[in-house]
Each structure stands twice: as C-alpha cells, then as structure tokens.
Design a protein around this ligand. Structure first.
Ligand SMILES: CC(C)(COP(=O)(O)OP(=O)(O)OC[C@H]1O[C@@H](n2cnc3c(N)ncnc32)[C@H](O)[C@@H]1OP(=O)(O)O)[C@@H](O)C(=O)NCCC(=O)NCCS
Length: 161
C-alpha cells in the first residue's frame, strides 16, 4: 500500500539516496537540492514547503514536494492561493508499478483537506518531452494551460474546487 510520510530527521538520508537514471535526471532537481530549497522556503516565511517520502509497504520508493503559496498581497497579478507541485520522483528501480500515480492521488487528497490552508488549484510545470509524467498528470485531470516557464516547460493545472 502506498503511503506518504513527512520527511524528517529519521528519513531524510533515505530520501537523498533515492536515484533516477541519467536520462530522467534532467527533468528534476536532486532530492538533496529540493530538501535544501524546502528549508530555505520555510525560513523565508511567505510560502510553506511540504515534503513527503513515498512509501510502499514501509519502504521509501520516492519523494514528492509541494509548496503552499498564499496570495502575495504585494503582487497585483496574484489573485489565488495555490499549491505548486515542485517535485515528484520515484526511484528508478521502483518505477512503472503505479506508485507515482498513487502518490499523486494521495497528495491531492491531502491538499483538498487544506491542512496548510485553502487553495484553488494545484499547478506544476513539466517538460513536454517527459512523456510518462505528462501521462500521469493528465490522467488525473491536470490541464495544459498553454503557458510556459523560463525553461520552456509547460504549466499544468488541476482545480481543487
Ligand atoms: C514520473 C514518475 C514519477 C512516474 O512514476 P511511476 O511510479 O513510474 O509511474 P506509474 O507507474 O504510477 O505510472 C504512471 C503512468 O505512466 C505510465 N507509465 C509508467 N511507466 C511507463 C513507461 N516506461 N512507458 C510508458 N508509460 C509508462 C503508466 O502506465 C501510468 O499510466 P496510466 O495512469 O494511464 O496507467 C517517474 O517516471 C519519475 O520519477 N520520473 C523522473 C522524475 C520526473 O520526471 N518527475 C516529474 C517532473 S514534472
């Protein structure tokens, strides 16, 4: 059974040790970088990082990170609270077993319970070349917004209400 457990002092080293194959590494920052980024985001005080290990039968098989981004009142163009799905990876030896999809479903369930605050949507950016990730997100109802980030990755969006 797939479960999400928060990253803490007991499991962060396992998270850093998770691996992707070379071709996939270009799609996503390392878990080491992501945990450092989460620490920095937390200390900045505006947004809330959310980091979970993905477990199957109590073995960590992946990592998922979101950032709760409430409206920035200093930004006139920011008009909604969102979760930004920053990272999602399954260790290469555990891929293709449905863990990624189940982890994402669980993450959306958590987001809908609003433990971090209410949000209108989950957004993420993904390379158009990342066929498997695109398939996973669209099968869960994410829509291609047509907008791209500075790397040319496309923004996908799932409304939460
Ligand atoms: C994207 C990723 C998390 C998917 O995890 P996973 O556990 O292997 O995916 P799942 O087994 O849950 O499969 C998800 C979907 O992709 C399909 N899929 C999985 N592996 C596939 C493969 N090798 N070829 C084709 N389709 C594949 C599955 O059939 C499933 O589709 P369905 O929902 O229509 O049945 C994983 O490939 C990964 O870690 N990639 C590298 C990091 C990355 O790119 N992250 C996303 C950044 S935006």
């Amino acid at each position: 059974m797939v479960e999400l457990k928060e990253i803490n002092e007991d499991n962060f080293e396992e998270c850093i040790a998770l691996k992707l194959n070379k071709e996939q590494s270009k799609f996503i920052a390392s878990n080491l970088f992501s945990l450092a980024e989460a620490y920095a985001i937390k200390n900045s005080g505006m947004n809330t990082p959310i980091t979970y290990g993905v477990y199957n039968d109590n073995i960590m098989v992946g990592f998922i990170m979101a950032v709760y981004q409430p409206i920035d009142k200093n930004d006139p163009e920011d008009f909604e609270n969102v979760f930004y799905l920053a990272r999602m990876m399954i260790d290469s030896k555990y891929q293709g077993k449905g863990y990624g999809k189940q982890a994402m479903i669980k993450m959306i369930e958590i987001m809908k319970e609003y433990p971090y605050g209410a949000a209108d949507a989950v957004v993420l950016s993904c390379s158009r070349d990342n066929t498997i990730a695109n398939k996973l997100y669209t099968s869960l109802g994410f829509i291609d917004t047509g907008e791209t980030d500075e790397d040319g990755d496309v923004y996908l969006r799932l409304d939460l209400r």
